[in-house]
Design a protein around this ligand. Structure first.
Ligand code: PGA
Length: 249
């Protein structure tokens, strides 16, 4: 059974693109594909109220009910209270800018699930790791950190989550792995997750655009995409969403 594709717009530290909240916006829920928007924290409520399926770009890793002296942070409970349904965990820009570790990211996933949010966990190797032939080793380590923390809590073993394979060297660079490399890596990830009670989708992210969407989203094992730069251009994003709908037909 093919999984319904999921296309997520990661607007990063940018305003909501013009027209994104309009009635005919391609960022709205539609049939044949799950479409999500990840706006900056300041725009979460606006997007929820406009009817977009919305996620936060991050949330705190500790107990979701934690409050108090954590300037600048939002607990997963607060994320949920804005009306968000999703949260990104471990985007490579958070790993880079905020030193988020595998352990902290795994804890974010646990906190997200406890707060009734669906986590999209970003994984992927740096260019250096790729050149050293360590892609699979890095991915195995990143996924293991998450699965270990879920396995430690009986209530989370059947939790549903999503992974996004985002090679760090492909983010915002216009470079992508070859279709064969994407296929092999996604097969590797699906294998790592096999046997678990999760209908886990694996998205591809990193320079996904209107030119390459058709080919990448057609690759077996690619269940959708996490789109950065191209999601700031609504017409380009629309074409990526349309390619996703066609890909599973
Ligand atoms: P990009 O970003 O599409 O601009 O490469 C993807 C991401 O960071 O999620």
């Amino acid at each position: 059974m093919p999984r319904t594709p999921l296309i997520a717009a990661n607007w990063k530290m940018n305003s909501v693109p013009e027209g994104a909240l309009a009635p005919d916006s391609s960022f709205r829920p539609q049939s044949g594909v799950d479409v999500l928007a990840f706006p900056a924290a300041s725009d979460l409520r606006t997007c929820v109220e406009a009817g977009l399926t919305t996620g936060a770009q991050c949330g705190r890793p500790d107990d979701p009910a934690t409050k108090g002296a954590h300037t600048g942070d939002m607990s997963m409970t607060m994320v949920r209270e804005t009306g968000c349904q999703y949260v990104l965990c471990g985007h490579s820009e958070r790993r880079r800018d905020h030193g988020e570790t595998d352990a902290a990211i795994a804890a974010q996933v646990r906190a997200a699930l406890a707060a009734n949010l669906h986590p999209i966990v970003c994984i992927g190797e740096t260019e250096e790791e790729r050149n050293a032939g360590q892609t699979q080793e890095v991915i195995r380590r990143q996924i293991k950190a998450v699965l270990d923390i879920l396995d430690a809590a009986a209530s989370l073993q059947a939790a549903s989550l999503t992974f996004a394979y985002e090679p760090r060297w492909a983010i915002g660079t216009g470079k992508t792995p070859t279709p064969t490399e994407i296929k092999e890596t996604h097969a590797f990830i699906h294998d790592l997750l096999q046997g678990r009670q999760r209908d886990t989708r694996i998205l591809y992210g990193g320079s996904l655009n209107e030119q390459n969407a058709e080919e990448i989203l057609d690759i077996p094992g690619v269940d959708g995409g996490l789109v950065g730069g191209a999601s700031l251009k609504p017409e380009e994003f629309r074409k990526i969403v349309e390619a996703a709908v066609r890909s599973k037909k």
